[in-house]
Ligand binder design. Sequence first.
Ligand code: PLP
Length: 311
Amino acid sequence: MNIQLPSPLQKLESPLLTEKRVDLWMKRDDLIHSEISGNKWRKLKFNILKAQEKKTNSILTFGGAYSNHILATAAACSLNGLRSIGIIRGEETLPLNPTLAKAKKLGMEIHYVSRADYKNKDQDWFIQELREKYGTFHLVPEGGANYYGVMGCMEILPENQNNFDIVCCANGTGTTLAGILLSAKTDQKVLGFPALKGGDFIRDNVNHLLKYSLFEDEMITDKMNQLSLETSFHFGGYGKVKPELVDFVNGFYSEFNIPLDLVYTGKMMFGLFELIREDHFSVGTKIMAVHTGGLQGNKGMKERLGIELVF
Ligand SMILES: *Cc1c(COP(=O)(O)O)cnc(C)c1O
């Protein structure tokens, strides 16, 4: 399957949205590719170019056993003729879960490290050891959270006529949020929905990532003022699911025919609809919610937790 860009922008229609007079659109980055979905493609694009430019022809990256980023990296490297190495947190469990089985099939070399060792993944000596083991590679941090990742995410907003008042996005590392914020017009607000508990750390991450791209502190302050976070829609933490979230995601599919993932976009849309119901947005507000993809993760959820989804 080829990369489908620009991704479609889809208007959502429902009695609630009509009643509240909120204009809501979804940017369907989940449709970019079946395996390199959503923001993972955006974050990898310039990293792939960098790996090709460096002639290392290899990418090494990190992630958990169900990571969307790991699978996306495996698929993107396979598509571009690059070698991929995935450093996975935790012990190997057989049979491989659907994410790792697919990554392996796509040619990724998988290397497991204990949870304790994984904590060293950003240390120079640890990376040096990996270089001795695997040779040269372009290193992509966990979640694609680097400057090239931010650059790729700056391409989301300008793809369509961009006259939104508010742009919403689910957050893990805040890389996608940083890219959206950088490309947002000065009168636009950007609203982040962290998928993790204690999501305020996203603000520091975004601030840190902006420092690579904007050189004046004043510009960073202006950008940060356009950002707000809704930190209460984490449902107990990363990868945690509650029945009301599953019901919402199933109901959302029935109403709009759009599948959501349970880790990120399901929580964001749940939160966004709650805010809309509570009249958080003024009449006539035009909102874009970015569907960052991640649908492959539902398979692991179904398997591990026995969750029933209607799609
Ligand atoms: C990885 C992922 C995110 C988090 O993106 P960050 O740039 O790390 O904040 C959001 N949504 C989905 C579907 C993802 O897979």
